[in-house]
Design a protein around this ligand. Sequence first.
Ligand SMILES: *Cc1c(COP(=O)(O)O)cnc(C)c1O
Length: 422
Amino acid sequence: MLAHRGAPFAPPSVTDLASVLMTSPAGRHFLQIPGPTNVPERILRAIDRATIDHRGPQFGALGREVLAGMQALFKTRSPVVIYPASGTGAWEAALVNTLDPGDRVLMAETGQFATLWKNMAARLGLQPEFIAGDWRRGADPGAIEAALIADTAHAIRAVCVVHNETSTGVTSRIGAVRAAIDRARHPALFMADTISSLGSIDYRHDEWEVDVTVGGSQKGLMLPPGLSFNALSDKALAAARRSKMPKSYWAWEEMLASNKSGYFPYTPATNLLYGLREALTMLLEEQGLEQVFRRHDRHADATRKAVRAWGLELQCLEPAEFSSSLTAVRMPSGHSEVRFRQIVLERFDMSLGSGLGKIADKVFRIGHLGDFNDLSLLGTLAGVEMGLELAGVPHSKGGVAAAMSALTAVATVASAEVRSAA
Ligand SMILES: *Cc1c(COP(=O)(O)O)cnc(C)c1O
């Protein structure tokens, strides 16, 4: 069971944890990791239907509908590919469809997810060049420009950037990276990972001339894990026709041929596609994408006000790169985020994101993306504030109050705008 404050911390055994959770079965679990996120009832109900014949007459309409909806979400007129896979699969698809063995790829060390993508590139037989970073800032457009200018032979074949680095709560400026590639007059492909930003933070595949954008279902799209995406460009399709990397399951060619009529070359995740259709209706038609981005901005702003009121430090150092889908918070030195999160889970039945890779046990992460509103944010922040107290982490009170003031202040401005417009 839970150690008392000050007592040495021993991680609880699985049976300990199970018994704690069984003693508090009431109310809902707060799943405030930055993905998978809470799946709304509507999407659960949409998924809860009989699986249909994926080669039968009904399926094509579903396929065409979700493929078109995904183009709207990525803001692209080019094709989008949907894989029955986690996001990692779509990372691999982006690389193996466009490149040749031994190709040099320029990647930016923004945090753990950028590191994993880089490691994958190396394992696939590519030659990643990693622009070093301190995990507290986004990809540096100036450093990318310099590396491309230095590559006078144009041996670098792709630039890969994680849009929203989920391990650090830092959002890289994809439009600025595009401008850097253009200034360098370099022909490299441009690839971006939007797994934890798509449907939460503004993203423009066509306008920023990204060649392959990678996405996933279980974060801003409010779906369970199991779908991932590649949004393409003409340049990516041309590269795919020449690419010599071995590929079969991930190959775009057969996928795009079948997708023309709304079908898939192998069995798609039919029930997740029912859920995707519902999610796209909610995001694009009912809530409105720009409104969804503003909601995420507002919750992120209120979260940062709470963190500052607690006297804790944000992992992200660059205000222009604050993430709107999650906030990573640094623990005061000598305090363990693992122990803190364990206490929050045991006492309040809330899951927070852990510190990953280099910042394990130093940073915890608050997910505020997906199916989320003002009161879900305040419940989350209340759990954090009480957890800080119980874990004996030095902090000031008043984080939740600061967030409430932020939320009501913005609401007041919004209603004043409505009044003055009327
Ligand atoms: C979650 C995540 C991934 C990994 O996706 P999986 O679905 O776990 O394979 C990759 N990149 C980013 C930015 C992520 O947030």
